[in-house]
Design a protein around this ligand. Structure first.
Ligand code: FAD
Ligand code: NAP
Length: 337
């Protein structure tokens, strides 16, 4: 096991926060992970692609950089293919692997940054699809005693940008492998999001296949989202709030143009980006942090910003929205303090 000391994490988080880790260990197998656990090293911080974390200061303890790779086919029928992916596989590469084999179910999730192992943590989702729809199970190692546990879909308790790993199992397990069942035939494409329909129309595609949808998603994302290589960010900073229908109808009286999407019975989803824009934060800059000029849901680091400054800005935004709309918005990004 090779431990590196006093390592800058700037290249390892998409916000580009310049903080240091006391100790940094690359983990490329379950055996290496068990070695760390056997030594009783603490505290342990698990890092994938660093695209959903906000680092607010130097980190004591051990960063475990997940590099467990490999894609293994474990079961195949005429209709489906079940595949186990190492948690350190790059999610988008996994999507491309599936598309190149005509396997459906994750095409709407193309170009989401990060690793396969982090995908179940917040049940990644985009354009009306979440990874849970093709998820079968995952293997995870208990960081306290090194025991392996297989989590079924039910045990993961997936929700909107949520799972048991953001709740009671938070920080307790290292996910090592994730198994997905992808569809060979009879896969129904989800083109319910207007942007996909528009993009396919623009390209003159009337009967899209899996690859067409993935390409449409990639084109839309490249044109709309700030690239972390150019401007530090972790995607959507907040989750979209889901509010009671009565509350929504009240808001609609004051703001007839308020956008909304269906949620569970009696509830309505409101785009947090709209609330942020309406509260006057879109495009604002404070020092070297700010709110992106085109995507109000994305907080950005222009270069020398700090995690603490992002937290202050996020608190200001959520307090203003609470006062103005009586709507509480919650961070989606994992804040490491
Ligand atoms: P990290 O940021 O490294 O880790 C996130 C959290 O998970 C941390 O708390 C970490 O400790 C924990 N963790 C990571 N790996 C493991 C593991 N193997 N075992 C246990 N714990 C682990 N998300 C969406 O859902 N939909 C989107 O469309 C989307 N678009 C994005 C666009 C951009 C430009 C960016 C920057 C981010 C976007 N995200 C999106 C957020 C992010 O890409 C996902 O949440 C992704 O799954 C994070 O993966 P990661 O490997 O970078 O995780
Ligand atoms: P958008 O298309 O401008 O839409 C704004 C919001 O409205 C989205 O957040 C989306 O909710 C919701 N929405 C739009 N059309 C919808 C529909 N037909 N049904 C239900 N909800 C609908 O959003 P965007 O910012 O460009 O993002 C596009 C997709 O990529 C979204 O699904 C978004 O979640 C995902 N994305 C996620 C991140 C992240 O970091 N988590 C970053 C970038 C993009 P949902 O978010 O619930 O889908």
């Amino acid at each position: 096991m090779l431990i590196s000391y006093n390592v800058s994490l700037k290249p390892y988080n998409t916000f580009g926060m310049a903080v240091n880790a006391d100790k940094f260990i690359r983990i490329s197998s379950t055996e290496q992970l068990l070695e760390v656990i056997d030594l009783g090293l603490e505290p342990l911080w698990i890092l994938g692609g660093g695209s959903n974390v906000l680092l607010t200061g130097d980190l004591p303890g051990y960063i475990l950089k997940n590099e467990i790779r490999g894609i293994t086919i474990i079961h195949e029928t005429d209709e489906e293919l079940t595949v186990e992916a190492g948690a350190g596989e790059i999610w988008h590469e996994f999507v491309l692997w599936a598309i190149s084999r005509g396997l459906g179910g994750i095409e709407n999730l193309a170009l989401i940054p990060g690793t396969v192992g982090a995908a179940p943590i917040q049940n990644i989702g985009a354009y009306g699809l979440e990874q849970e729809s093709v998820f079968t199970c995952l293997k995870a190692i208990n960081l306290k005693d090194g025991s392996e546990k297989i989590f079924s879909r039910e045990e993961c308790r997936f929700g909107y940008r949520n799972s048991v790993f953001k709740q009671e199992c938070k920080g307790r397990y290292f996910i090592t492998y994730v198994t997905y069942t992808l569809r060979k035939n009879g896969h129904t494409l989800n083109t319910s999001y207007g942007a996909i329909v528009e993009k396919l129309h623009e390209k003159g595609i009337q009967n899209p296949d899996i690859a067409d949808v993935a390409e449409a998603v990639i084109d839309i994302r490249r044109s709309k989202l700030p690239d972390p290589a150019e401007i530090g960010n972790a995607g959507s900073f907040f989750k979209n709030p889901v509010i009671k229908e009565g509350h929504y109808l009240q808001l609609k009286k004051d703001y007839p143009e308020i956008p909304s999407y269906p949620a569970d019975a009696g509830f309505v989803k409101i785009p947090a980006g709209w609330l942020i824009e309406k509260a006057g934060f879109k495009g604002i800059r404070r020092g070297d942090v700010g709110v992106h000029k085109n995507q109000a849901l994305v907080l950005v680091n222009y270069g020398a910003g700090t995690g603490k400054e992002i937290v202050e800005l996020a608190e200001d935004i959520s307090e203003t929205i609470l006062q103005k709309f009586k709507v509480s918005i919650e961070a989606e990004v994992n804040i490491w303090k």
